[in-house]
Design a protein around this ligand. Structure first.
Ligand code: 0X9
Ligand code: ZN
Length: 413
């Protein structure tokens, strides 16, 4: 009997080893920014022969690609105008550092009495962390101010993880957490921050794609995975771009792909991903209640402040002039601590046409349903850097420049 048990255990272990997905390795890949001269589709067909090469992200005038070691010679033979962004993508991913583990069991307190001992250590911002640790961190931050805050679980992602938020009430991932941390830690000793919290409720969702973004799938399988993990019938390609699936002007063509294998696949119908359904229901509820003054969708990368709209380059928000002037002020405030220049302007004319983005939908909801005075804003901010991969020692400066920006923006609203 004993022997049989051992054999069964060994068999099942072996089968686990066989079925575990192989992580994607980017060692020796070089990242290039190609100058787009004859249009993206002609460039794509030129690159089609480079079997292992991966398109990272493209604008109308440039394409960022990760070229595999085996494709370098063929890439160079194409003689495309380019600049090198990264000599070794695999080394940069490794340089993001190992995930730093986290634990804290501090005292619960009231917000007015927040002390250093009640807060998780700010060494949190020195490294990247596993998904479970992000949940623990925002719960610990909430515990520092239990009477004035709550943890929200607003619904499940495709694989069933609750999309979890922090609500600070009265009255970007590491960067979004940095923002929340500054509000909680500054409340007791900073009159300006106290004023922010007295004027507004704040809601933070640091991880809106919990099956993927920098956490589950990207930390174990493919660091550059973008979409959600939902399969579709009739294709082996997985995933929908959550930022192409929101239900406002979703059907407009040209701002997303209808091909399930594309990075910007829009889905089969407007809002047909669990993540968008959950976030849409939550934001609709806020908009119909107290209303939403400001919504910011934090992304990486490229240093942009992005205003509506993405679906059309000619359609403008009703309060466009105000949006542009606020964004100009935000640009200056962000540049103050480290001199980082963020470009601002509408998504479509500044980056490219993009349909089904959260900010188009939110602009629609807050401007047409609740904003009679034209003083509401739904923006996207692309954080610093020229790659989705960013070393851990840039978390604090990135968080800090955005926090400087928020200290300008919130009182200017
Ligand atoms: O293409 C995107 O989804 C965003 N750029 S990224 O490189 N982070 O993928 C820009 C679109 C911004 N629009 C909205 N957030 N609505
Ligand atoms: Zn993004």
């Amino acid at each position: 009997m004993k022997l049989l048990e051992v054999v069964i255990a060994a068999t099942s272990l072996a089968s686990v080893a066989v079925t575990a997905p192989e992580p994607v390795v980017y060692d020796g890949f070089k990242t290039f920014r190609i100058n787009v001269t004859e249009g993206l589709s002609s460039l794509r067909s030129k690159l089609a022969g480079l079997a292992q090469t991966r398109e990272l992200h493209s604008h109308a005038d440039h394409m960022d690609v990760a070229v595999a070691p085996t494709d370098i010679a063929a890439f160079e033979a194409l003689n495309l105008p380019n600049e090198i962004l990264d000599e070794d993508l695999g080394a940069s991913i490794a340089a993001e550092g190992p995930l730093v583990s986290y634990s804290f069991d501090g005292p619960h307190t009231a917000l007015a009495e927040v002390t250093t001992s009640a807060l998780p250590s700010d060494s949190w911002f020195d490294g990247y962390h596993a998904y479970e640790d992000h949940l623990a961190f925002i719960k610990d931050l909430q515990s520092a101010v239990p009477q004035n805050s709550e943890i929200l679980e607003i619904g499940a992602s495709y694989e069933g993880r609750q999309i979890t938020g922090l609500h600070l009430e009265w009255i970007a991932t590491m960067v979004v957490e940095y923002f929340a941390y500054q509000l909680v830690s500054g409340y007791g000793n900073n009159a300006t921050i106290k004023g922010f919290l007295n004027s507004y409720d704040f809601y933070f969702f640091p991880v809106v794609n919990p099956d993927v973004t920098g956490f589950k799938y990207t930390q174990s399988n493919d660091r550059l995975w973008r979409k959600n993990r939902m399969p579709r019938s009739g294709t082996s390609a997985k995933g929908t771009d959550i930022n192409r699936n929101w239900p406002y002007k979703w059907e407009v063509s040209g701002g997303a792909s209808t091909s399930p294998s594309a990075e910007d696949y829009k889905g089969q119908a407007a809002g047909d991903t669990p993540e968008v359904k959950v976030l849409k229901a939550f934001t609709d509820k806020l908009a119909a209640g107290k209303g939403i003054k400001l919504y910011i969708d934090f992304h990486s990368y490229g240093q942009y402040i992005l205003l509506p709209y993405g679906y059309s380059c000619s359609k403008k928000a009703t309060n466009d002039a105000k949006q542009e002037s606020l964004a100009g002020g935000l640009q200056s405030a962000i540049a103050k601590p480290n001199g980082k220049k963020f470009t601002y302007g509408p998504i479509c004319s500044t980056l490219y046409a993009a349909t089904g983005g959260s900010t188009d939908r939110l602009t629609r909801v807050i401007q047409y349903m609740t904003d009679v005075a034209g003083t509401t804003y739904a923006w996207a901010i692309e954080l610093r850097g020229n790659s989705f991969v960013l070393p851990a020692n840039q978390i604090r400066p990135s968080g800090d420049e955005i926090w400087q920006g928020m200290q300008y923006l919130i009182p200017s609203l």
